[in-house]
Structures are given as structure tokens and as C-alpha cells.
Design a protein around this ligand. Structure first.
Ligand code: COA
Length: 158
């Protein structure tokens, strides 16, 4: 049976930190679906279509990675797509508390779906999407922190 995992998030935008998690997780599963959650209360800088385009550009060489979006619950999407695992990254202790609560909520909805956590590698644990945005807005070069497709999208949006 195919081992499918879902990597959910806002990805606004996707960063090399997310890709670091994804690359390592892709070795552990037969297929990973990067899932843009289109229902968060967050005010997003990029539309879902823009985020889909950026992520597709970033994962085009990763054969077992697909990209999708949902307006619904992550675990519901996982069940519908035959996935028994979610992937999440941990950058620092501060992420743990948030992940603890998120996991409890997901477990309440469907206790058959487990979350697997990958620890960020050194050099990637300070990156966040809003940090990237602040750097770009301040004129700092972000090209070593995000995939090329993200730099391109920022330039197009200007
Ligand atoms: N590298 C870089 N950044 C990282 C990161 C990593 N490895 N891990 C986390 N981050 C950052 C993100 O960039 C983001 O930064 P920002 O706040 O500056 O934009 C922040 O951490 C949180 O992002 P993310 O991991 O995408 O979490 P989220 O809160 O945006 O997403 C969902 C959480 C989408 C997975 C969750 O809310 C969800 O599943 N929603 C769907 C609805 C649902 O099923 N809810 C169930 C619970 S009620």
C-alpha cells in the first residue's frame, strides 16, 4: 500500500525552510501532497493560485510530491486522499506549543491520522513567511532563503 502524507500549511510564501522539511519527508513516504489551507483566518499576501504556482515551481524536480489546496479540514482531506499521516516541521521550542494544540484538534476530528514531525536543519530554523516578506519589503535579497519561483512572484507583484 502506498504511504501517502499531507504537508499542510499557509505557505504564504513557501520558503527554503518548508522545502528542507519537504525534501527530508519525501524520502520517508511514497507520496506527499503539499496542501495549501485556504480557510485560515490569516490575511494572506498571495492568492491561493499564486501560492500553487510558487510551490509547483519549487517542487517540479521532486517526483513524489504533488500540490493542492483545500477550503476544508486537513484531516478530512487526508482521509479522502488515502493519507494516514500529516507532516509538520519544528523550528524551535516555541513551535511545539502550537503543534501540540493543532495535533490535539486534528486527533479530536480523526484519531486515525498521525502527524510526523521533522526538525528544521540549522540555518533554516529562523525563517518564516512573514520574515521573508519583511526582508523583501525592506529591500534585502531573499534569494538564498526562498525558491526561485517565489522571488519571481514577488517581482511580478511589484
Ligand atoms: N520553515 C519556514 N517557515 C515555517 C516552517 C518551516 N519549516 N514551519 C513553520 N513556518 C512558519 C510559516 O512560514 C508561518 O510563518 P508566518 O506566520 O510568518 O506566515 C508560520 O510558521 C506558521 O505557518 P504554517 O506552518 O503554515 O501554519 P499555519 O498556522 O499557517 O497553518 C494549518 C496551520 C494550515 C496546517 C492548520 O491551521 C490547518 O490544518 N488548517 C486547516 C483547517 C483545519 O484542518 N483545522 C484543524 C484544526 S482546528
Amino acid at each position: 500500500m502506498k504511504r501517502i502524507a499531507i504537508y499542510p500549511g499557509s505557505f504564504d510564501p513557501i520558503t527554503n525552510g518548508h522545502l528542507d522539511i519537504l525534501k527530508r519527508a519525501s524520502k520517508a513516504f511514497d507520496e506527499i501532497i503539499v496542501l495549501i489551507a485556504d480557510n485560515s483566518n490569516k490575511h494572506c499576501r498571495f492568492s491561493v493560485n499564486e501560492r500553487l504556482e510558487m510551490i509547483k515551481g519549487a517542487v517540479k524536480k521532486m517526483d513524489n510530491v504533488k500540490v493542492d489546496s483545500t477550503k476544508g479540514l486537513t484531516v478530512k482531506y487526508a482521509k479522502e486522499h488515502g493519507a494516514k499521516f500529516l507532516i509538520r516541521g519544528l523550528r524551535a521550542v516555541s513551535d511545539f506549543e502550537y503543534e501540540f494544540t493543532l495535533n490535539a484538534a486534528n486527533e479530536y476530528i480523526d484519531h486515525d491520522i498521525d502527524t510526523v514531525y521533522f526538525m528544521s536543519t540549522t540555518g533554516h530554523n529562523f525563517i518564516s513567511s512573514s520574515y521573508i516578506d519583511s526582508l523583501y519589503s525592506s529591500g534585502v535579497d531573499i534569494s538564498s532563503l526562498v525558491p526561485e519561483s517565489v522571488v519571481k512572484m514577488y517581482k511580478e507583484k511589484k
